[in-house]
Design a protein around this ligand. Structure first.
Ligand code: NAD
Length: 328
């Protein structure tokens, strides 16, 4: 059995590759970038998902495909690149993959297909209507359609996992982190909002900036702190491997993520306590981010049980930050 893991240089994919190798599996990686993983049971194709020759090379001999790679961006100018990577890339990858002796496809989708931050009801479950609002969310929904189309016409069973937001714990207190920098640190947040062209948000953020590196509690215009799921990548890996090994996951769609959402006021207060960083509070224009997503289906049907609470993640993040500070 050879398992193809796309996005093998990424946050989730690289850890899944390592875990499968540790479990004795033979693995092919496929990513735009080299993963740096060296192992006798690992080969890697460096190339783009929508490059048919690269996709053919990557899928050769695969008995399962974990399609975990994707381009993630919320910048206004990135729509073409998103569609090439996530829509055409998924189509071409799977067209090539069905030529191999495939038994299973697992696809990493996203809560942005609902989208969770503009919910019709809470908690968001798998029956929630899908009405993405970002180009990224649209490409994930189109990816899901391609996966189900391929499943219908080829008979190869597929599982769609709608991922919660996920990070390695150490990223939480790293101002350079793609996600956590702008989420929890004031200066990266100002730069992010500038790049999105959100002038009103930039103005509010600048008002509270005293020049120091600070944590920031984001709230909506009525002072309600943001709330969303942040799932440790280690829990996501358990969910992905469960979906791969469970026959009853075939043909199913699951939300995959932590059980409890994170209240930003509580989380940032704990971060400040463990790091000594100052905290600023900002009330941003609009209704803000405030959602809860149900993982009941994957817990009940597959026995998924996340173990990394946000408190455990923040403790690990604070230790990692202290190490970085010592080394600098
Ligand atoms: P990541 O950005 O760390 O990894 C994605 C990998 O895909 C990268 O290594 C990148 O080089 C590769 N890639 C991008 N475009 C490519 C292309 N055209 N051809 C080949 N490789 C390409 O992302 P992650 O956090 O590991 O996310 C894994 C999956 O989970 C993605 O499908 C993402 O859309 C989905 N997801 C992630 C989150 C999250 O919060 N991290 C949330 C919801 C869904």
């Amino acid at each position: 059995m050879t398992i193809l893991v796309t996005g093998s240089a990424g946050r989730v994919g690289s850890k899944v590759v390592q875990r499968l190798l540790d479990d004795g599996k033979t693995v092919t990686g496929f990513d735009l970038r080299a993963s740096g993983i060296a192992h006798p049971r690992f080969r890697e194709v460096v190339g783009a998902f929508d490059d048919r020759a690269a996709a053919a090379a990557a899928t050769e001999g695969a008995t399962a495909v974990l399609h975990l790679g994707a381009f993630m961006s919320w910048l206004p100018g990135d729509a073409d690149k998103l569609h090439r990577a996530n829509v055409d890339g998924t189509r071409i990858l799977l067209e090539q993959a069905v030529r191999a002796n495939l038994e299973r496809v697992i696809f990493a989708s996203s809560g942005e297909v609902y989208p969770e931050n503009v919910p019709d009801y809470l908690p968001v479950d798998e029956n929630h209507p899908v009405k993405p609002r970002s180009p990224y969310g649209l490409t994930k929904l189109l990816g899901e359609e391609i996966v189900r189309f391929v499943e219908r016409v080829s008979g190869i069973p597929a599982t769609i996992l709608r991922f919660s937001h996920t990070q390695g714990a150490a990223e939480l207190l790293d101002p350079a982190s793609f996600f956590s920098g702008p989420r929890f640190f004031l200066h990266p947040k100002i730069r992010q909002q500038e790049s999105f062209g959100n002038a009103a948000a930039v103005e509010r953020l600048r008002e509270i900036d005293d020049g120091r590196e600070s944590l920031v509690i984001s709230r909506n215009e009525n002072g309600r702190p943001f709330k969303m799921h942040i799932t440790d990548t280690r829990d996501m890996i358990e969910g992905i491997l469960l979906a791969l090994s469970s026959p009853k996951a075939a043909g199913c769609t699951y939300n995959l993520g932590a059980t409890t959402p994170v209240d930003f006021a509580e989380a940032v207060t704990l971060m400040a306590k463990l790091t000594g960083l100052p905290v600023k509070i900002v009330d941003l224009p609009g209704s803000g981010v405030f959602y809860e997503t149900s993982n009941a289906r994957i817990r009940t049907e597959l026995g998924f049980e996340p173990t990394w609470t946000i408190e455990r993640m923040i403790a690990e993040a604070a230790a990692a930050r202290a190490e970085r500070t010592k080394a600098a």
